[in-house]
Ligand binder design. Structure first.
Ligand code: PMP
Length: 453
């Protein structure tokens, strides 16, 4: 081993600042060092093997270590390492990727604006929506309505669009022109209403907010089809159709953030298809390249694209890495694999329902209040008293106890407060799902003892 590699932990503490981390605590505890990945498994520097129930960070949809992607990137890197798409130029993989993405997005979406990440994708549509309305002769239509406990990234616009109070508190966010309405989180906030009634109630908060602000001042509404970082909150069935109706009736753009839900995660190519709605704009990233290289974008419907192309002139926006040819080549190969191996269909017809059944089997556990899933995106809601939907006083601890026990037993899960989140690679097998459920049950047993004992 290279001398420096034997010392990675100490070097990490000395030189590396991690995202979303308390560095003092992390440096004291030490980081886990992941060295290798294959299929649905990752391996740490001690050779310990983990089933990755989280696909990296909701992104490694085709699993780790696919040589085809490495080959595609290598080939492209040898041919043309980089070129920009700014000054009247383009590169072949960029164009082919835009075409491939839109071929799965429904008849009204035919164009893509590329970015380097999901956050940049959100910043991009935010500006694009305002430019669109200005070109339509409605320059006052500027405010964007987003949701409490939504997540749209860490850039200034992304974090402002997100509804995470603890992010807003750092750096004086949200920026002007972004407001938030409630989330369709029935288990936590639905009270005595049925899920269906609660879904309608929360959707109608959008209508009330538009009334309050005035339709002429509102540009768009943005939401993740299923909140991801907020806790994999699958909204009641009534929610999305009502949101789509309101956006149409009030003439505001509908933006679905597909950064997690896109590229097969829910058993459809995109999350909006899962709920049968059509967005005007849709940021994408993560599963677009299965995380092999960083790339994101915004899918732009004809309604917006026609105005951008024919009316706006220069859209003064773009990134050095917009449409990066090597990232595009890797993403193109990733989409080819998803198509060829019919991974979307596999999630929809086979492993998605299988995971849902496995999760249902956990509902007999005293600590499980509810399970929810869509394809391979799922959550287990923890509860102190499942018959009354009472949640633990210390929600964080409940989740962390389950998560840490699972980790020690070789399963990576994520805890968002008292919800345990699952988002495994789309290539996961039924046997691996059984393993995931079994280790989770042991984690629940352990945490229940700790919390109630
Ligand atoms: N939108 C959603 C829905 C996300 O989940 C994320 C990342 N978790 C982002 C945007 C931001 O993407 P990135 O981290 O690539 O900037």
């Amino acid at each position: 081993m290279h001398a420096a590699l034997s010392n990675i932990g100490a070097l990490d503490a000395a030189h590396h600042l991690h995202p979303f981390s308390d560095m003092k605590k992390l440096n004291a505890a030490g980081t886990r060092i992941i060295e290798r990945g294959e299929g649905c498994y990752i391996y740490d520097n001690h050779g310990k093997k983990y089933l990755d129930g989280f696909a990296g960070l909701w992104c490694v949809n085709i699993g780790y270590g696919r040589k085809e992607i490495a080959d595609a990137a290598y080939k492209q890197m040898n041919e043309l390492t980089y070129y920009n798409t700014f000054f009247g130029t383009t590169t072949p993989p960029t164009v082919l990727l835009a075409q491939k993405i839109t071929s799965h997005a429904g008849p009204n979406i035919n164009r893509v604006f590329f970015t380097g990440s999901g956050s940049e994708a959100n910043d991009t549509w935010f500006r694009m929506a305002r430019v669109y309305w200005a070109a339509m002769g409605k320059p006052t239509k500027k405010t964007v309505i987003a949701r409490v406990n939504g997540y749209h990234g860490s850039t200034v616009a992304g974090a402002s669009l997100g509804g995470m109070k603890w992010m807003h508190e750092q750096g004086d966010l949200p920026i002007a022109g972004i407001v938030h309405i409630g989330q369709p989180y029935w288990y936590g906030e639905g009270g005595d209403l049925s899920p269906a009634d609660f879904g309608l109630k929360m959707a109608r908060e959008l209508e009330a907010k538009i009334d309050e602000l005035g339709e002429d001042n509102v540009a768009a509404f943005v939401a993740e089809p299923i909140q991801g970082a907020g806790g994999v909150i699958v909204p009641p069935e009534t929610y999305w159709p009502e949101i789509a109706r309101i956006c149409k009736a009030r003439n505001i753009l509908l933006v679905t953030d597909e950064v997690i839900c896109g590229f097969g995660r829910t058993g459809h190519w995109f999350g909006h298809q899962h709920f049968g709605v059509e967005p005007d704009l849709a940021p994408i990233a993560k599963g677009l390249s299965s995380g092999y290289l960083p790339i994101g974008g915004v899918m732009v419907s004809d309604r917006v694209a026609d105005v951008l192309v024919n009316e706006v002139g220069d859209f003064n926006h773009g990134f050095t890495y917009s449409g990066h040819p090597v990232c595009a080549a890797a993403a193109l190969e990733n989409l080819r694999i998803i198509e060829e191996e019919k991974l979307v269909e596999r999630v929809h017809d086979d492993v998605g329902p299988y995971l849902a059944a496995g999760l249902k089997s956990l509902e007999d556990h005293p600590m499980v209040g509810q399970t929810q899933s869509a394809g391979l995106m799922a959550a287990v809601q923890l509860a102190e008293n499942k018959s009354t939907r009472k949640r633990f006083e210390d929600r964080e601890r409940a989740g962390v106890e389950v998560r840490n026990h699972c980790l020690a037993n070789g399963l990576v899960l994520r805890a968002t407060g008292d919800r345990m989140l699952f988002s495994p690679p789309l290539v996961i097998t039924r046997g691996e799902i059984d393993q995931m459920i079994e280790i989770t049950r042991k984690g629940l047993d352990h945490a229940w003892k700790v919390m109630k004992g």
